[in-house]
Design a protein around this ligand. Structure first.
Ligand code: RP5
Length: 164
């Protein structure tokens, strides 16, 4: 954890296939992270310990994914004044709507920046974490500009393919 700039937490290892997308994006930006499992309901003391460790390490943002009664991001936000980015996971019969509402409906004063449900949300969580860290890292500003250019290029390639 000591070198990490982002802590990625998830409520269960069953969330890992979605949350791996956030890790992959951070890796592409060269942002060191720690990724692990801790449950707000099943292992609250572990959650608290990880938050303390993350603070000691100086992480600049938390990315937190959970499904169902997804309180993990909110609990992290309760214990931290660093930015918390929530990713609702589609892991129940309610297809992530449960997690979306549980993650986004925070009381005033305790924000969780809530992303879209699932993999798109995990990717955006990592991009947002990079944008937060970029406020004090000019190399990341350049990397984000490159990333935006790559999005433009993909659209242009898709347009060219369709127009052919
Ligand atoms: C949530 O319940 C987890 O974040 C996961 O999305 C869901 C199911 O967890 P498991 O039963 O697979 O451990 O707490």
């Amino acid at each position: 954890m000591s070198e990490s700039r982002v802590l990625i937490l998830m409520g269960s290892d069953s969330d890992a296939p979605v949350m791996q997308a956030a890790a992959d994006v951070l890796k592409n930006f060269g942002i060191a992270y720690t990724m692990t499992v801790a449950s707000a309901h099943r292992s609250p003391d572990r959650v608290r310990g990880l938050i303390d460790e993350a603070h000691a390490a100086g992480v600049g943002a938390f990315i937190v994914g959970a499904g169902a009664a997804a309180h993990l991001a909110g609990v992290v936000a309760a214990h931290s004044s660093r930015p918390v980015i929530g990713v609702p996971i589609d892991s129940t019969a309610l297809k992530g709507m449960d997690a979306l509402l549980a993650t986004v409906q925070m009381p005033p004063g305790v924000p969780v920046a809530t992303m879209a449900i699932g993999k798109a949300g995990a990717i955006n969580a990592a991009v947002l974490a990079a944008q937060i860290l970029a406020t004090a890292d000019s190399a990341l500003v350049d990397a984000l500009a490159d990333y935006k250019r790559s999005l433009v290029a993909k659209v242009e390639q898709a347009a060219a393919r369709l127009e052919r």
